[in-house]
Design a protein around this ligand. Structure first.
Ligand SMILES: [Zn+2]
Length: 184
Protein backbone atom coordinates (compact mmCIF):
# COMPACT_ATOMS: atom_id res chain seq x y z
CA UNK A 1 0.00 0.00 0.00
CA UNK A 2 1.10 3.51 -0.72
CA UNK A 3 -1.07 4.94 2.01
CA UNK A 4 1.75 6.73 3.72
CA UNK A 5 2.80 8.29 0.46
CA UNK A 6 -0.75 9.38 -0.26
CA UNK A 7 -1.04 11.20 3.03
CA UNK A 8 2.14 12.82 4.20
CA UNK A 9 0.60 13.67 7.54
CA UNK A 10 0.26 10.19 8.91
CA UNK A 11 1.57 9.23 12.30
CA UNK A 12 2.71 5.70 12.97
CA UNK A 13 0.28 4.66 15.65
CA UNK A 14 -0.75 1.15 16.69
CA UNK A 15 -3.71 2.87 18.31
CA UNK A 16 -6.14 -0.03 18.70
CA UNK A 17 -3.44 -2.24 20.13
CA UNK A 18 -2.91 0.21 22.89
CA UNK A 19 -6.45 -0.04 24.16
CA UNK A 20 -6.95 -3.73 23.47
CA UNK A 21 -3.58 -4.59 24.99
CA UNK A 22 -3.02 -6.98 22.12
CA UNK A 23 -0.59 -6.68 19.31
CA UNK A 24 -2.01 -7.57 15.92
CA UNK A 25 -0.21 -9.46 13.21
CA UNK A 26 1.77 -7.80 10.47
CA UNK A 27 2.11 -4.13 9.83
CA UNK A 28 0.82 -1.95 12.71
CA UNK A 29 -2.24 0.16 11.88
CA UNK A 30 -1.71 3.80 11.00
CA UNK A 31 -3.67 6.64 12.50
CA UNK A 32 -3.81 9.90 10.58
CA UNK A 33 -2.30 12.92 12.30
CA UNK A 34 -5.76 14.51 12.01
CA UNK A 35 -7.08 11.80 14.34
CA UNK A 36 -4.45 12.55 16.96
CA UNK A 37 -5.49 16.15 16.86
CA UNK A 38 -9.17 15.24 16.88
CA UNK A 39 -8.67 13.12 20.02
CA UNK A 40 -6.76 15.99 21.60
CA UNK A 41 -9.66 18.32 20.82
CA UNK A 42 -12.09 15.93 22.53
CA UNK A 43 -9.81 15.69 25.54
CA UNK A 44 -9.57 19.47 25.71
CA UNK A 45 -13.36 19.70 25.84
CA UNK A 46 -13.74 17.00 28.49
CA UNK A 47 -10.89 18.18 30.69
CA UNK A 48 -12.17 21.74 30.51
CA UNK A 49 -15.57 20.54 31.69
CA UNK A 50 -14.24 18.76 34.75
CA UNK A 51 -11.01 20.60 35.48
CA UNK A 52 -12.12 22.55 38.55
CA UNK A 53 -13.08 19.34 40.27
CA UNK A 54 -10.40 17.16 38.73
CA UNK A 55 -7.26 19.26 38.92
CA UNK A 56 -6.81 19.02 42.70
CA UNK A 57 -6.75 15.23 43.06
CA UNK A 58 -5.16 14.76 39.63
CA UNK A 59 -2.21 17.11 40.04
CA UNK A 60 -1.47 15.96 43.58
CA UNK A 61 -1.49 12.28 42.57
CA UNK A 62 1.69 10.48 43.46
CA UNK A 63 0.99 7.23 41.60
CA UNK A 64 -0.59 6.12 38.34
CA UNK A 65 -3.33 4.49 40.40
CA UNK A 66 -4.16 7.80 42.08
CA UNK A 67 -4.37 9.40 38.63
CA UNK A 68 -6.79 6.71 37.51
CA UNK A 69 -8.85 7.16 40.68
CA UNK A 70 -8.99 10.92 40.17
CA UNK A 71 -10.15 10.50 36.57
CA UNK A 72 -12.85 8.04 37.60
CA UNK A 73 -14.11 10.31 40.37
CA UNK A 74 -15.08 13.15 38.02
CA UNK A 75 -17.70 12.84 35.25
CA UNK A 76 -15.81 13.94 32.15
CA UNK A 77 -18.29 12.76 29.55
CA UNK A 78 -17.34 11.12 26.33
CA UNK A 79 -13.73 9.90 26.58
CA UNK A 80 -14.31 6.90 28.82
CA UNK A 81 -10.83 5.67 28.00
CA UNK A 82 -9.16 8.47 29.97
CA UNK A 83 -8.56 6.31 33.09
CA UNK A 84 -6.84 3.79 30.81
CA UNK A 85 -4.37 6.51 29.93
CA UNK A 86 -3.47 7.04 33.60
CA UNK A 87 0.19 5.93 33.22
CA UNK A 88 0.63 8.34 30.34
CA UNK A 89 -1.21 11.17 32.10
CA UNK A 90 0.90 10.62 35.21
CA UNK A 91 4.01 11.06 33.09
CA UNK A 92 2.67 14.24 31.48
CA UNK A 93 1.63 15.98 34.69
CA UNK A 94 5.03 15.21 36.25
CA UNK A 95 6.81 16.68 33.23
CA UNK A 96 9.00 19.63 34.21
CA UNK A 97 7.39 21.56 31.34
CA UNK A 98 3.85 21.01 32.62
CA UNK A 99 2.31 24.51 32.67
CA UNK A 100 1.28 26.38 35.80
CA UNK A 101 -1.88 28.03 34.53
CA UNK A 102 -5.24 26.31 34.28
CA UNK A 103 -6.06 26.67 30.58
CA UNK A 104 -2.48 25.96 29.58
CA UNK A 105 -2.53 22.81 31.71
CA UNK A 106 -5.70 21.54 30.02
CA UNK A 107 -4.33 22.15 26.52
CA UNK A 108 -0.91 20.74 27.30
CA UNK A 109 -2.34 17.58 28.82
CA UNK A 110 -4.96 17.04 26.10
CA UNK A 111 -2.46 17.50 23.28
CA UNK A 112 0.10 15.27 24.99
CA UNK A 113 -2.32 12.34 25.17
CA UNK A 114 -3.98 12.82 21.78
CA UNK A 115 -1.79 10.04 20.39
CA UNK A 116 -3.09 7.64 23.04
CA UNK A 117 0.39 6.85 24.28
CA UNK A 118 1.48 5.27 21.03
CA UNK A 119 3.73 8.23 20.34
CA UNK A 120 5.57 10.24 22.98
CA UNK A 121 3.67 13.12 24.60
CA UNK A 122 6.09 15.51 22.94
CA UNK A 123 5.43 13.99 19.52
CA UNK A 124 1.69 14.09 20.15
CA UNK A 125 1.89 17.82 20.95
CA UNK A 126 3.96 18.41 17.83
CA UNK A 127 1.39 16.60 15.69
CA UNK A 128 -1.42 18.70 17.20
CA UNK A 129 0.48 21.94 16.69
CA UNK A 130 1.25 21.05 13.07
CA UNK A 131 -2.37 20.12 12.36
CA UNK A 132 -3.67 23.34 13.90
CA UNK A 133 -1.17 25.40 11.93
CA UNK A 134 -2.22 23.59 8.75
CA UNK A 135 -5.83 24.66 9.33
CA UNK A 136 -4.83 28.21 8.56
CA UNK A 137 -3.38 27.17 5.20
CA UNK A 138 -6.29 25.07 3.97
CA UNK A 139 -8.99 26.53 1.80
CA UNK A 140 -12.34 26.58 3.47
CA UNK A 141 -15.87 27.40 2.40
CA UNK A 142 -16.48 31.10 2.95
CA UNK A 143 -20.03 31.13 1.67
CA UNK A 144 -22.77 28.63 1.06
CA UNK A 145 -26.37 28.96 -0.03
CA UNK A 146 -29.45 26.80 -0.01
CA UNK A 147 -32.06 25.75 -2.47
CA UNK A 148 -35.18 27.18 -0.84
CA UNK A 149 -38.92 27.26 -1.21
CA UNK A 150 -40.38 30.33 0.46
CA UNK A 151 -44.00 30.86 1.53
CA UNK A 152 -44.01 33.90 -0.79
CA UNK A 153 -43.83 31.52 -3.70
CA UNK A 154 -40.15 31.89 -4.54
CA UNK A 155 -38.29 28.72 -5.32
CA UNK A 156 -34.59 28.80 -6.04
CA UNK A 157 -31.22 29.68 -4.63
CA UNK A 158 -31.12 31.70 -1.43
CA UNK A 159 -29.13 34.91 -1.21
CA UNK A 160 -27.14 35.06 2.01
CA UNK A 161 -29.56 32.51 3.40
CA UNK A 162 -32.56 34.67 2.77
CA UNK A 163 -35.30 34.63 0.15
CA UNK A 164 -34.25 36.51 -2.97
CA UNK A 165 -37.80 37.66 -3.62
CA UNK A 166 -39.16 38.78 -0.23
CA UNK A 167 -36.05 38.76 1.96
CA UNK A 168 -37.39 36.21 4.46
CA UNK A 169 -34.52 35.14 6.67
CA UNK A 170 -33.37 31.62 7.37
CA UNK A 171 -31.92 31.35 10.85
CA UNK A 172 -28.88 29.16 11.23
CA UNK A 173 -27.80 27.47 14.43
CA UNK A 174 -24.70 28.89 16.07
CA UNK A 175 -21.60 26.84 15.65
CA UNK A 176 -19.71 26.71 18.95
CA UNK A 177 -16.25 28.11 18.63
CA UNK A 178 -13.55 25.63 19.35
CA UNK A 179 -10.61 26.98 21.27
CA UNK A 180 -7.68 25.68 19.30
CA UNK A 181 -5.03 28.14 20.37
CA UNK A 182 -1.72 27.13 21.88
CA UNK A 183 -0.87 26.70 25.55
CA UNK A 184 -1.53 30.20 26.76
ZN1 LIG B 1 -39.89 34.75 -0.04
Amino acid sequence: MRKREMDGNIAKLPFENFFSGRRGRGRPPFLPAASVRSCADNYRTSLKRGWNELSGPLLSAETEQEVANALRSVPLGYPHELPLLAPLIFKVIKDAKFPKRKTAQIKFLADSIGGGGTVTPRRSRDICAKERAADAQRHHIVRFEYWIECSCGYRGRSEYHSCRKCGAILYLPNVAELDSSQYE
